[in-house]
Design a protein around this ligand. Sequence first.
Ligand code: SAJ
Length: 478
Amino acid sequence: MMPLRTSADIAERSAHYDAVVCVQGLGFVGAAMAIAVAQATKTDGSHPYLVVGVEADTPSGRERADSLLSGTLPFTVTDDRLKDALHSAIRRGNFITTCDPSVYAYADVAIVDVHLDVDLLASPATADLTSFRAAIQTLADRMPVGSMIIVETTVPPGTTTEVVTPIVRSALARRRLDVESIAVAHSYERVMPGPHHLGSIIDYWRVYAGVNAMAAARCRQFLESVLNTEEFPLCELPSPTASETAKILENTYRAVTIALMDEWGRFAEVLGIDLFGVIDVIRMRPTHVNIREPGLGVGGYCLTKDPLFAQVALNDVFNVEGIEFPMSSLALTINGAMPSASADRLARLLEGRLEERKILVMGASYRPDVDDTRHSPSQALVRELLARGAQVTVHDPIVSNGAFDSVPIANALPNPVEFDAIVLAVAHTAYADLDVGKWLLDFDGWILDSNHVLTDEQRRRIAERSPGRIFSVGRGFQ
Ligand code: SAJ
């Protein structure tokens, strides 16, 4: 077990750097952000920041801190650039981790990357800010005069000014310090786990705002020292509430545009047209390049909760009643129903009976080429199939066994012949490389491509051997 760093160690080391930057929370975002900050380089080639990744002092927090300190990211990484940057930072000695909150006393900057969950089942929508408030309190009670807090966590609009700032000011007053002496800013991340994880931080546009002009200036200066802002300019908004709104509107827009495609996918299936070919020609228009595609559903930590945050802001932060979000909430309902719709498609292929059918579900993660199964539509589908009496086997080339309740996940490709149907659920790159002609040589069941997984060539190969045995979301029997 690598020794965790204490504040004494950080005090001694910090003398060799321009500033100490703490990152609070070392998940998909925080760990990558800490590595990005550690990689920051001045024109003279030196590294200005001593970066301290701070995790909660819990078994999982300690495991994450240890893992990173030993050079291993606490999640499957398909981005060699991120892995290399972590190893370089450890070798340089300007990246350490700890579970000791007293290190915040040495922080010139603290970046908040703790999670903030929404109760997806509550009506009206609400978020429990307790743990987030406690995280901010930990910073406010310890950080020194002249330091800066940057909130990166996706929060209900208004949180930075109505929740974070009051906590910081009260703590400074209690500490008999100038209540304005810690700058507070908001800058949301656009991290996309996968092959460009680090690039989605460093080589990507970033929005920010400060609670006042001084905080905005300091936040800009810091972001410019870490990110490739020459190629990807920063965007400043007039207030943290506007910046927080930009984040959740981005993801709400995406969730709504995906939901829209669900009904057009069904339309295409009934008419026997290939909606993906239709989408391709629409995308020719620069104004429509971002039209989305129908699939198995919308998973992940972002698009499943962010559309609720505006309502949460009105309910929990501003206490404003009477404004509703019918489009956003309808999108969540439609997206959440997509896995069940694919189960219905499968039932129709199997003479209306799923009971005792043997189904192979290919793909467990919520999106391709990651091992993240949070709110995975594939998991929702598996639960639905089991509830309807099917026997389900799950395969995934990346997700490790144990991620799906009690259903084992095989990483080795099973022999398809024993199954009545195969559901292609996640468009992993590994599946695009699959020689389906060989793998399915003796398979005479049904194939449901529920998420645009098969390539045109793979569909052609299968149709050669078993014409009419593939049904695709958004295509029908193509
Ligand atoms: N999905 C569809 N149809 C689509 C696109 C996605 O059904 O056309 C499904 C996916 O299968 C997945 C879910 O939606 O289950 C979410 O996919 P996503 O591509 O939106 O990926 P996320 O959830 O990781 O979204 C993130 C967001 N990034 C951040 O929050 C920083 C989002 O803003 C990005 O647009 C998205 O990544 C991206 O483009 O990769």
